[in-house]
Unconditional design. Structure first.
Length: 527
């Protein structure tokens, strides 16, 4: 047992000498060098690794320049891969030696294999390895492929040269065009302020320019929102390959607004509330609206608020609305006017139809004439809030001629101020004014006898009727047509008009005179 421990101590002294002691200090040293078993090592170019040996290193060197030894300190040293190749690194001390058989491999090769595997499903990308340099080239047109490529290459961006770019394919532009047209904008090859609402898409030098003439600021904001929602147009996403810019202007647009006052009695409103009147089928909400104006909607047809407002609209233009009223026996069109206004201007377009009554106003011994206007006065302003929606502000005033009462004059007038939203080429219907009409007819009956006292009670009749009338205001906005060209000279169109009118008036006078001569016998019994 003592012999075993002595041999173990001797071996320990030979293989692991004490710190600061050379091989000559090892007890029993006989001058024979000890070589430890070699070790195989693989490192990559540019990689540094630390190694240790079981003795104090006196000398450490590499057989080739592909591996470099540095920072030798005590029992450790660092080894750095310089270039691809093989080398034998020997660490030695007095009587001790250890070899490291080093293989230096390319660091790019591993990256090349990994990228080839991960990007194998992207045929648009080529991977090149030359002179220990890894290069990626290609052009991606699909957003899904580009998104995947960005996630993969982010892990290797400092170990390869990336020349892969993103270029939007035709499918992306088709999708963008469909989104713009779904929002109400037409994509065309050419644009003009005379045809607002059209957009032009043009790609040049990495810029997608969207230009056009629109009708309002909301349309411009809508186009910009659609562009902002396209991720592939963001330079941060597409690698600065494409950027979207806009050149959008508001077209100088004018609106034509036709306004008509229609007098509708309660009885006529109730008739309009019947969906089968004259074969005209109305929507349930419009039926309820007319019945509510007439005095109330039937139970179960509307909710607590449906059909009770003072504003509705017809899904037709002004002409179609008037035809609808006429087909239902309503022909009391009180006043009408036509106004042209500039889109979204602060100024009112004004229409006046009436007259002026000069009233004497006495002041001490002097009497002056004071003009008092009466009739219809309409003021309208507003503009487009969307490509198909108009905001209108109405200031409507209707006044009668002044009536003298004793020593004073009395003038009756009604005024309506309203702000509504109405689609283009549709008719808004505003109900805010009421009138009480009173009519009296008679006596009628047999000639001469209807004027005889007592007998007239049996042979004549009189009729007195009062009716509440609602004044409906119909308003229809539309875009004014510009650059209307004259097709012929005015003189050619009006030639012979005076002669034609004169002959028409003369013929009507002759027919009226003939009727009077034929009915001379009936005049004897009528007064």
């Amino acid at each position: 047992m003592r012999i075993f421990f002595s041999l173990l101590a001797l071996a320990s002294g030979i293989l692991f000498p004490a710190h600061g002691a050379g091989s000559a200090d090892v007890p029993g040293w006989n001058g024979t060098a000890v070589t430890l078993p070699p070790e195989s090592v693989t490192i990559s170019t540019g990689e540094s690794r630390k190694f240790e040996v079981p003795f104090q290193i006196a000398q450490c060197k590499s057989s080739t320049s592909c591996a470099k030894v540095s920072q030798v300190n005590g029992r450790s040293f660092e080894l750095e891969g310089i270039s691809v190749g093989n080398a034998v690194v020997t660490a030695s001390a007095n009587g001790m030696k250890k070899e490291f058989r080093v293989t230096v491999s390319s660091s790019v090769m591993q990256v090349y294999r990994e990228l080839s595997r991960e990007l194998g499903d992207l045929p648009e990308i080529g991977i090149e390895l030359s002179d220990n340099v890894l290069t990626l080239r290609g052009e991606i047109t699909r957003p899904g492929h580009w998104e995947y490529f960005r996630r993969v290459v982010r892990r290797y961006e400092d170990r390869c040269h990336n020349y892969v770019t993103f270029r939007p394919g035709p499918a992306l532009f088709t999708d963008l065009k469909n989104r713009l047209e779904s929002a109400g904008f037409k994509v065309a090859d050419t644009i003009s302020p005379d045809v607002p609402g059209q957009l032009k898409l043009e790609v040049s030098n990495g810029l997608l320019t969207v230009s056009g003439y629109l009708l309002c600021e909301n349309d411009i904001a809508a186009v910009k929102r659609i562009l902002a929602a396209q991720t592939w147009l963001s330079p941060e996403w597409n690698g600065n390959a494409l950027k979207a810019v806009t050149e959008l202007n508001i077209a100088d647009t004018q609106l034509d607004v036709g306004v008509v006052f229609v007098g509708v009695t309660r009885t006529q409103l109730e008739r309009l509330g019947n969906s089968s009147a004259d074969g005209t089928v109305l929507s349930w909400n419009l039926i309820a609206w007319f019945r509510a104006l007439a005095g109330g909607a039937p139970e179960g047809l509307t909710g607590p608020t449906d059909g009770k407002g003072l504003y509705s609209q017809f899904n037709t233009d002004l002409k179609g609305s008037l035809v609808f009223f006429g087909n239902n026996g309503i022909s009391d069109f009180r006043d009408a006017g036509h106004l042209t206004l500039t889109n979204n201007s602060s100024r009112y377009a004004v229409y006046e139809n009436g007259g002026t009554l000069n009233v004497k106003v006495y002041s001490q011994d002097v009497a002056n004439l004071q003009p008092i206007n009466f009739g219809l006065k309409m003021k309208v302003r507003g503009g487009l809030v969307r490509a198909d929606m108009v905001r209108l502000e109405f200031d409507l005033e209707k006044s009668l001629a002044p009536i003298k009462q004793e020593e004073d004059y009395f003038q009756r007038s009604t005024k309506t101020t309203a702000e509504i939203f109405c689609p283009l080429n549709k008719t808004a219907v505003i109900a805010g004014q009421k009138e009480l009409t009173y009519s009296e007819s008679g006596p009628s009956g047999y000639a001469f006898l209807r004027h005889v006292p007592i007998v007239s009670w049996f042979l004549s009749s009189e009729e007195k009727q009062g009716e509440e009338m609602v004044l409906l205001i119909l308003a229809c906005p539309r875009i004014a047509e510009r650059k209307v060209q004259m097709t012929s000279a005015p003189s050619a169109e009006t030639a012979g008009a005076e002669k034609m009118v004169s002959e028409s008036v003369r013929k009507k006078s002759e027919k009226a005179h003939e009727r009077e001569e034929r009915n001379w016998f009936l005049k004897m019994f009528t007064w």
